[in-house]
Design a protein around this ligand. Sequence first.
Ligand code: PXL
Length: 273
Amino acid sequence: MIPRALTIAGSDSGGGAGLQADLRTFFACGVHGMTAVTAVTVQNSLRVSGVVEIPADVVAAQIETVATDIGVNAAKTGMLATAEIISAVAKACDRVHIGRDGQIPFVVDPVAASMHGDQLLRDDALDALRDELFPRATLVTPNLDEVRLLTGIDVRTPDDQRAAAVALIGLGPKWALVKGGHMRDDPQCVDLLYDGAEFTELPAPREDTRHTHGGGDTMASAITSALARGTDVAQAVRFGKRFVTRSVRDAYPLGSGVGPVSPFWRLAGEDIA
Ligand code: PXL
């Protein structure tokens, strides 16, 4: 049976990021994609000009209705917008066994802002993310801006990156991936994976591109796809890294993987165990 993945995320009307990027990635990875929509953003390639949040009980109902009927092999979060939505997501995930102690792997991508700095998470929602969602996560995948917001650590060196991974694991997820993409002086783009015992560095050449809109969403979705197919976390993260590197290399300005030589047609299924 085709694996099934759920994204709990916001809509990007421009199609580059958010649940649109997630569904595109699930499709490319041969996984059936489902959505619990948290917010609708009004945005184009320049900016986010509006956000409408979906009522928290409707977000929870979307999760429960697909999980109890169609079934979910792995789930991820993207834009969650408010503390109320985060609490409702945490409770709904518990009810359907999504999360680190349930049977279903759960990737929490703590989306806080768009690439252009538009806020996608209310200030008062950070505590809910840390306290209610992180302890339920199989894997968290913050970029360095999100690491600073969540842990207070301003990562500038590989040692800082390790300290951040330790701090993140202290918040309760099973695994933490500290993405190094925002250390722009580094010619490599090194992501650091940590499970509380062992550090694994995942280097890739830094792509010379401005077209990284949706790159984080794409990476978390590729990881979620691999988990839905039953791979272990380290293998899924390695696959996600390869997938997103290709995706931003080949992207149009519109977003990750939206391009003439999109990896989505070539990478589908490749290298997933
Ligand atoms: O890439 C982060 C992201 C996630 N979700 C939505 C977004 C963005 C970035 O703009 O719009 C809906």
